[in-house]
Design a protein around this ligand. Structure first.
Ligand SMILES: NC(=O)c1ccc[n+]([C@@H]2O[C@H](COP(=O)([O-])OP(=O)(O)OC[C@H]3O[C@@H](n4cnc5c(N)ncnc54)[C@H](O)[C@@H]3O)[C@@H](O)[C@H]2O)c1
Length: 273
């Protein structure tokens, strides 16, 4: 017999760490989890952005020390710094309680033809998009395993599953993060920790808008572009960050309790999968 409530993800009382929560998809994930009664550690390399988010979402919550009710607490965190990740996870568990949810959203996009990428483009892309996921998972998964429960969701990209011009470093870094998350899911399944991936397509955030170099760019995203071998979006819309957050919330919740090592594409059908 299922003890989950139909129609509503059961999450209240949990504690979540969200990386890259300062804007875009990460901010939408933090907002959605908090709305469902989750205490959210909103982390980002831009500390001011998460401080502002916490103030906006949960103005009454104390900014430090233990909490009495669900809260949004801001923590500056660069996911490329493994030691800082360990220390911040420790601090979050002391402040908010045991982590039950980890959502890896932090990511960067460097675009250039493959042979024109600099060493720095390549290494920085992997440092954030791939090693960042490794750092947070390494810090959090054993803690979840010791308690016999937890859900990890990595926000990758549909570019991890289809070749894109000008995006080789990004796509390769995301494909690596996907396979790392699935292998993690296999190792930790017996400890009650589920690990899944959400693969967004074009989503209206500052990252997406950085690609819109002329007024016609959003139209090319919707219609497709033969010059770059790119299909359009069959559902004929660019995603809102909330579309991605809804999929993350589902996979984080007990309604997905029998789902692990999966890759959920939220791209309006763009990759024709
Ligand atoms: N927007 C899209 O169309 C799209 C499509 C597919 C996948 N994605 C992925 O979704 C995730 C969120 O994207 P978005 O569009 O909201 O991007 P965004 O650029 O709007 O936001 C990304 C956030 O990550 C933070 N960040 C960057 N480097 C960091 C680091 N080293 N440590 C911690 N935080 C860091 C940034 O400060 C920012 O707040 C990314 O992983 C991105 O690759 C986005």
């Amino acid at each position: 017999m299922s003890d989950t409530v139909p129609g509503r993800p059961r999450l209240a009382g949990r504690v979540a760490l969200v990386t890259g929560a300062g804007q875009g998809i990460g901010a939408a994930v933090a907002r959605s989890l908090y709305a469902l009664g989750v205490s959210v550690a909103a982390t980002d390399v831009h500390g001011a952005a998460v401080a502002e988010l916490a103030e906006r979402l949960a103005p009454q919550a104390p900014a430090s020390g233990p909490i009495a009710a669900a809260a949004v607490r801001a923590y500056p965190l660069d996911v490329t710094d493994g030691r800082a990740v360990e220390e911040t996870v420790d601090r979050i568990e002391r402040d908010l309680g045991p982590l039950g949810i980890l959502v890896n959203v932090a990511g960067i996009l460097r675009t250039a033809p493959a042979a024109e990428l600099t060493d720095e483009d390549w290494s920085r892309t992997f440092a954030v998009n791939t090693t960042g996921v490794f750092h947070t998972a390494r810090a959090v998964a054993p803690r979840m395993a010791a308690r016999g429960t937890g859900s990890i969701v990595t926000v990758a990209s549909n570019a991890a599953g289809i070749p894109r011009t000008g995006m080789s470093a990004y796509a390769a870094s995301k494909a690596a993060a996907v396979m790392f998350t699935k292998c993690l899911g296999l190792e930790y399944a017996r400890h009650g920790v589920r690990c899944n991936v959400v693969a967004p397509g074009s989503t209206d955030t500052p990252m997406q808008r950085s690609l819109w170099t002329d007024a016609d760019a959003p139209r090319r995203v919707l219609d497709g572009d033969l010059a770059t071998y790119r299909t359009g979006i069959p559902l004929a819309r660019i995603a809102d960050p909330q579309d991605i957050a809804d999929a993350v919330v589902f996979l984080a919740s007990d309604q997905a309790r029998h789902i692990t090592m999966q890759d959920l594409y939220v791209d309006g059908g763009a990759t024709l999968r």
